[in-house]
Design a protein around this ligand. Structure first.
Ligand code: CIR
Length: 262
């Protein structure tokens, strides 16, 4: 069985909370500015709509500074939402907070029953495979408890290792088409993408790897001209978006939507 991995009729997003200034980050380069964040987020929503997605925009959730990164508490596979168990203490409650909106918007909602942890940002899906990178946020117990759910939805699960300096597997990789990923040289070198073509981000442009393919477009973060050129040369049509504020709290393009079809 095979499922289209980058064709989406819908997306679910959440407005950035003003408390995003308290968002988690590995290195402090200053707090994001909520107004600038809101403007960049609005442009992102417009781009999703231009790409053909019907976007449902959830209200701010001030209780969770990182709640704009809606991809982490859930995974959508073939129209079914799986409620995950985020691995950062301040984010664990985001799963229960998001659940009612998943019930409202998705065909089917399945709860990951585990004492382990899985963040959606560690999961890259192709048409028939789920690649899951173990990280500081996703552990083996979470991965193994996720396996039967993934398999019941018709996908195989590959459990991989995210190199320790990388927050999330998908911080440094994204799907470009049925058989091609964009990845940083460091993640590509880990051997995670056997059986797939890899386009590497250009030197010094590692942050470009947190991209997304949405229908006919690849969304790419601004400020990565050499990677943009490589992708255009490979035939992709780009939408370049500013993610300066999300980047201050280690977020990027993939984290800010749950994309699905129904
Ligand atoms: C966090 O550390 O959880 C957030 N500040 C950023 C999450 C980004 N999400 C992602 O890469 N999937």
């Amino acid at each position: 069985m095979s499922h289209p991995s980058f064709e989406f009729s819908h997306a679910l997003c959440r407005l950035p909370a003003s408390s995003v200034t308290d968002g988690l980050r590995a290195q402090d380069q200053g707090d994001p500015d909520p107004l600038t964040f809101a403007a960049e987020h609005a442009a992102y929503i417009s781009a999703l709509r231009d790409a053909g997605c019907d976007v449902t925009l959830l209200p701010k959730d001030e209780a969770y500074p990182d709640s704009v990164f809606i991809e982490d508490p859930a995974l959508v596979l073939n129209g079914a939402a799986i409620v995950l168990r985020p691995g950062a203490e301040t984010r664990l409650g985001e799963a229960a907070a998001l659940r009612p909106s998943l019930v409202e918007n998705m065909n089917n909602v399945i709860d990951l029953e585990t004492e382990g942890y899985v963040d959606g940002g560690d999961i890259l899906c192709t048409d028939d495979r789920v690649l899951l990178g173990l990280s500081a946020r996703t552990n083996i117990q979470g991965a193994e408890d996720l396996r039967p759910i993934v398999e019941s939805l018709g996908y195989s699960l590959d459990v991989l290792q995210t190199p320790p300096e990388i927050l999330h597997f998908k911080t440094e990789s994204s799907l470009l088409d049925h058989e091609t990923v964009l990845a940083t040289p460091a993640l590509a070198a880990s051997g995670a993408f056997k059986g797939l073509n890899v386009i590497e981000t250009a030197e010094g442009e590692e942050a470009a790897a947190n991209a997304i393919r949405v229908n006919d477009y690849v969304f790419l973060s601004a400020g990565h001209p050499k990677t943009a050129e490589k992708l255009q040369a490979a035939g992709y049509t780009l939408k370049i978006l500013n993610t300066s504020q999300a980047a201050l709290v280690d977020g990027g393009l993939s984290c800010m939507s749950l994309r699905y079809s129904r």
